[in-house]
Design a protein around this ligand. Structure first.
Ligand SMILES: C[S@@+](CC[C@H](N)C(=O)[O-])C[C@H]1O[C@@H](n2cnc3c(N)ncnc32)[C@H](O)[C@@H]1O
Length: 300
């Protein structure tokens, strides 16, 4: 059975400075790995996941711990979730972005180009649009834009054209073949990697949710509260880096402005300034952790 190996586990719990009785919001509960460590350290835990199956599975794993609330929602609704729970501020907020290994490999949702499954890719079955809808219904130029923007794929136009020529494409295996036939294969990385990433990001509006979730999380932090965000590709990391830097800056006037007129009040301090990466040993034990970057900040 596929299990998800939690990335940067010790580092994330250390970064959040989990204290007994403090309130910690984990916006990406997943298989409950970070959750379990936070609960063991005595934190009051609120775990959110858009995927109802992930929440059910984590409920079983975390059964023996008190002091937890698990919620099946999108973290882009973080403020309303907290007001419903009457939580006014949090001592720590964690995001461990993207999908879990369980979603990738075990649930038949078409996230992996190494499997032949229906092209779904939704985190939550309540979402309207599936990957098959985008692949089969978007105009060719819009499809190319999605693949370029969210996959950072230079060959997006060639891939989009080949996809349109091969419609309908209903499975991940068929899509992987079509992409490979458009761009060929060299090296170890599968040529459909970026196209699959792009579709997953588009289906789940991952970058929009991240921006909304980050804004609300920073607002919700108590004084001295910590936020830690683990991202897995440059599009996510860029959003996180820019947001945290802006919130930590003394001045946000345009570059080259002769004097500061923005009256910006920094709300965060970066801890440390640079992203934290997994150790070589973690990457050896869990190769999926290799692209992880964690950025941490404290509310001031
Ligand atoms: C990498 S996994 C988290 C793993 C978890 N930290 C652990 O230790 O097991 C990411 C999880 O975040 C969820 N997720 C992704 N985007 C989300 C969003 N916008 N709102 C809520 N959950 C989301 C996914 O469904 C997935 O279960």
């Amino acid at each position: 059975m596929t299990e998800h190996i939690t990335v940067l586990l010790k580092e994330a719990v250390k970064a959040l400075e989990v204290q007994a009785g403090g309130i910690y919001i984990d916006c990406t509960l997943g298989s409950g790995g970070h959750a379990e460590s936070i609960l063991k350290a005595g934190g009051q835990y609120i775990g959110i996941d858009a995927d109802p199956k992930a929440v059910r599975k984590a409920e079983t794993r975390l059964e023996r711990y008190g002091g937890k609330t698990l919620i099946n929602r999108n973290f882009s609704h973080l403020s309303s979730i907290c007001s419903e729970l009457e939580v006014t501020c949090a001592d720590g907020v964690l995001f461990d972005l993207g999908m879990s290994s369980v979603q990738l490999e075990a649930e038949g949702r078409g996230f992996s180009f190494q499997r032949n499954e229906p092209l779904d890719m939704r985190f939550s079955p309540t979402q309207d649009v599936t990957a098959a809808d985008i692949v089969n219904n978007y105009p060719e130029s819009d499809l190319a834009d999605v693949i370029y923007e969210y996959g950072e794929e230079r060959r997006s136009r060639v891939i989009a054209r080949r996809i349109v020529q091969n419609r309908p494409i209903r499975t991940s295996g068929h899509l992987a073949e079509v992409v490979q036939s458009a761009v060929g294969r060299k090296g170890k990385i599968h040529p459909a990697t970026k196209t699959f990433q792009a579709l997953r990001i588009a289906v789940n509006d991952e970058l929009g949710s991240l921006k909304a979730g980050l804004d609300q999380a920073i607002e919700l932090l108590c004084e001295d509260g910590r936020i830690a965000i683990i991202s897995f590709h440059s599009l996510e990391d860029r959003i996180v880096k820019e947001k945290l830097r802006r919130e930590a800056a003394a001045c946000v006037c345009p570059k080259g402005a002769p004097i500061c007129v923005c009256n910006h009040n920094p709300r965060l301090k970066l801890m440390p300034r640079k992203a934290i990466k997994p150790t070589e040993q973690e990457v050896l034990q869990n190769p999926r952790s290799r692209s992880a970057r964690m950025r941490v900040a404290q509310k001031i």
